[in-house]
Design a protein around this ligand. Structure first.
Ligand code: IVH
Length: 703
């Protein structure tokens, strides 16, 4: 809770800011997000503005922070490295306010033409001064406290982008200032390598919270060999000490000149006119912020003309001619209320932190992904912890890490009291008692995999849509027309809960759906009907058992021959199948161990799903109850097509002939049977309907 006594609060804030600034600037291990630091800083500034007597000489508001670490030689800057004023109003009015201030200072009236500005990005790294003497890089220094920094020449020399000799310029002194930063992809790769080192038992390694910390750590790494392995980049944005070189008349021309010398200068910059130009630049960069390969936290506007810059001058160590205009912070601090586990469409279980709602990246966030169990444990996120949440663009908000020492930051007005006790270390299996939170099926995590999964694929409501789409695939049950949109509707309207429900759909239910006429409804019903006649391999594949692709499904069908045998096979028996290893065997076993999955299979069989079964690979010869029998087909059968009927008769050892004779054993007649039926009656050949045929086939077929 904020102290009501301003003098006590100011003292508390000074102490906090000093501690966090030390953690940030000196230790490269920030404990709170920048936005939080800024907020505390502004709170102190406000108190000091209202009560000037509380402003102490050691207040963080009175100087630029940072101090020299033991390991590096101190460097006194020939020209102090200043900072710029930050416009925290992230809307367009931030730019309007700056332009208005500039115009007022320059005493321009409304009739005067717009001021010309150089607009550029505000890179999120650390400031470096590169000193070139006679065109040669002689020293690189950090900003430090602005007056005195650290000599990091060795490390900076490892940055390939930074020229060791300037192209075409040999001035006695030319100091180039800019930002050392790390690209996001390089940052991710670095953390990946760090994780691997930690996994191998490296004690002194750690992962980094964000690219800026990784960059700062690398620049201030005492061992340049390690620094060299941390891929850094650089953009120039200004000058320090200059002797014997004529500085161009505008900032934009200066950047062009630096680029011509071989110094990296960011291409995302523009010369714009007046407030409108600034607003348009802020908006344009805001739109592409997330697509940039590196982090920025805002844009910087600078009065382009050096002459005007000189007229504007400085106030309290900040130039009046420049301002940083921020974007909404992508990282914020909040408290974890609970850790829940979500079930994805594919059964993947994801731990999700339920947060005290916080405004970050432009929206209010109350859930953030913890990715998986290993990540959660690595970061050691627990209920009650204060964490840093990151939301960049459309990316799902994530918990970046735990704030190890939550400060006595005043809670947001809406914040509920924080739990005092930390929760238990995260254990996904224990938390769920081994059961899917949606359907209670067993959860599994395979060796070498990071994700836990629900094994109730067919039954689990979270996986319904995915399961149906998989089942309907051409290579599975081949139900044409049963696509994404339709499945969405069928499930959302409650018409379908599990796969067997597909076979209870009625015409009027279907035609009542969006974009579904009578004709397509009828077509779908027909497709569903014909999907019932399938193969064991397709059926097994259609069940969507994890790791059971088409080929494995075929191998299983060939090996076991009958569904019941697959369902009841032990892991050992499964391992006898071609190409089935322990992971696949266990996955099949687990699937059929789930009562719910078996139930769905039984319901599908009851709905009329059928295929030919045989005795499996061990018994080569298929049963041939119709051996030596000749059949003739005529008319349209209710469910079987002519080809299907023929296939099945032949599979059972029978023959199908085109014309009826005394040698014909059976005529199978459907609707609109023609002269073949008359002939059969004439010759006294037995006539069967479809049901009669199926009965004959029964010993060979499932039903
Ligand atoms: S100009 C006198 N331009 O932001 C003006 N600074 O407080 C000196 N920064 O620590 C700064 N991008 O490291 C300038 N395009 C840019 C910048 C930039 C990032 C950093 C700089 C400094 C802070 C400004």
């Amino acid at each position: 809770m904020p102290d009501h006594d301003p003098s006590k609060r100011a003292a508390t804030l000074r102490e906090l800011l000093q501690r966090h600034a030390h953690a940030y600037y000196v230790l490269d291990a920030p404990q709170i997000p920048d936005a939080e630091y800024d907020r505390l800083f502004q709170e102190l500034q406000a108190i000091e503005a209202a009560h000037p007597e509380l402003r102490t000489p050691d207040s963080p508001t009175q100087r630029v922070l940072g101090q020299v670490l033991d390991g590096f030689a101190p460097v006194r800057h020939a020209v102090p490295m200043l900072s710029i004023r930050t416009e925290t109003d992230t809307t367009a009015s931030g730019a309007l306010a700056f332009d208005a201030r500039v115009r007022r200072e320059l005493e321009l009236d409304d009739a005067a033409p717009p001021v010309e500005y150089a607009a550029e990005l505000k890179f999120d790294g650390l400031a470096i001064n590169l000193r070139y003497e006679h065109g040669v890089l002689v020293q690189a220094a950090t900003r430090g406290d602005g007056e005195k920094g650290e000599d990091v020449t060795q490390n900076i020399r490892t940055i390939a982008q930074i020229p060791l000799r300037l192209r075409g310029v040999a001035a006695p002194v030319l100091e180039v200032r800019g930002e050392v930063y790390m690209r996001r992809d390089e940052f991710e790769a670095l953390n990946e390598r760090q994780r691997a080192l930690i996994a191998q038992g490296a004690r002194n390694e750690k992962t980094f919270v964000n690219p800026r910390n990784a960059a700062a750590g690398a620049v201030r790494q005492l061992d340049p060999a390690i620094a060299a392995r941390r891929p850094l980049s650089f953009f120039a944005y200004g000058l320090g000490d200059v002797q014997g070189w004529e500085v161009p008349a505008t900032h934009s021309a200066l950047l062009d000149a630096l680029a011509a010398m071989g110094v990296p200068v960011c291409a995302d910059r523009a010369v714009v006119q007046g407030a409108d130009g600034l607003v348009a630049f802020h908006r344009a960069i805001g739109a592409k912020r997330d697509a940039l390969p590196f982090d920025i936290d805002g844009v910087v506007y600078k009065v382009n003309s050096r002459a005007l810059q000189q007229r504007l001058g400085f106030v309290s160590r900040e130039p009046r001619w420049a301002v940083a205009h921020k974007y909404p912070a992508q990282e914020q601090m909040t408290v974890v209320r609970a850790i829940e586990i979500q079930v994805g469409r594919t059964g993947k279980l994801t731990p999700v932190a339920k947060l005290e709602p916080v405004f970050v990246g432009g929206t209010t966030v109350s859930n953030a992904t913890l990715h998986n169990e290993d990540e959660t444990r690595r970061k050691d996120v627990r209920v009650g912890d204060t964490v840093i949440v990151r939301r960049a663009g459309d990316v799902i908000p994530e918990v970046v890490g735990v704030v190890s020492e939550p400060s006595i930051v005043p809670a947001a007005p809406s914040a509920a009291p924080r739990p005092r006790v930390r929760g238990e270390p995260f254990d996904l299996y224990k938390q769920l008692d081994g059961k899917c939170p949606i359907c209670a099926s067993a959860i599994t995590r395979e060796e070498g995999e990071v994700d836990w999964r629900c094994s109730g694929g067919l039954y689990c409501p979270a996986q319904r849509k995915q399961a149906i789409l998989h089942y309907a695939q051409r290579r599975a049950l081949d139900i044409e027309g049963l696509g994404d949109k339709l499945v969405e509707q069928l499930v959302d309207s409650g018409l379908i809960r599990t796969l067997p429900d597909l076979y209870t759909l009625r015409l009027e239910q279907l035609s009542a759906l969006d974009r579904m006429g009578d004709k397509s409804a009828l077509n779908l019903l027909e497709r569903l009907q014909s999907s019932k006649r399938t193969t064991l391999a397709r059926f097994l594949y259609g069940l969507g058992i994890r790791h059971v692709g088409e080929t494995t499904a075929k191998d299983l069908a060939r090996h076991f021959g009958k569904l019941d045998r697959v369902m009841n096979a032990s892991v050992e028996q499964l391992l006898e199948v071609n190409d089935v290893g322990p992971v696949v065997a266990q996955s099949i076993r687990t699937f059929f161990e789930q009562a719910h999955n078996r139930e769905v299979v039984e319901q599908l069989r009851a709905a009329g799903l059928a295929w030919d079964e045989h005795e499996g690979a061990a018994v080569e010869a298929a049963p041939t109850p119709l051996a030596g029998k000749t059949f003739v087909l005529t008319g349209t059968l209710p469910t079987l097509s002519r080809d299907q009927a023929k296939d099945r008769i032949e599979a059972a050892g029978g023959k199908v002939s085109g014309s009826v004779s005394k040698k014909t054993h059976f005529v199978v007649a459907g609707d609109e049977a023609g002269t073949k039926l008359d002939k059969a009656r004439e010759l006294g050949v037995p006539v069967l309907d479809e049901a009669g045929l199926l009965a004959l086939l029964a010993p060979a077929a499932h039903r």
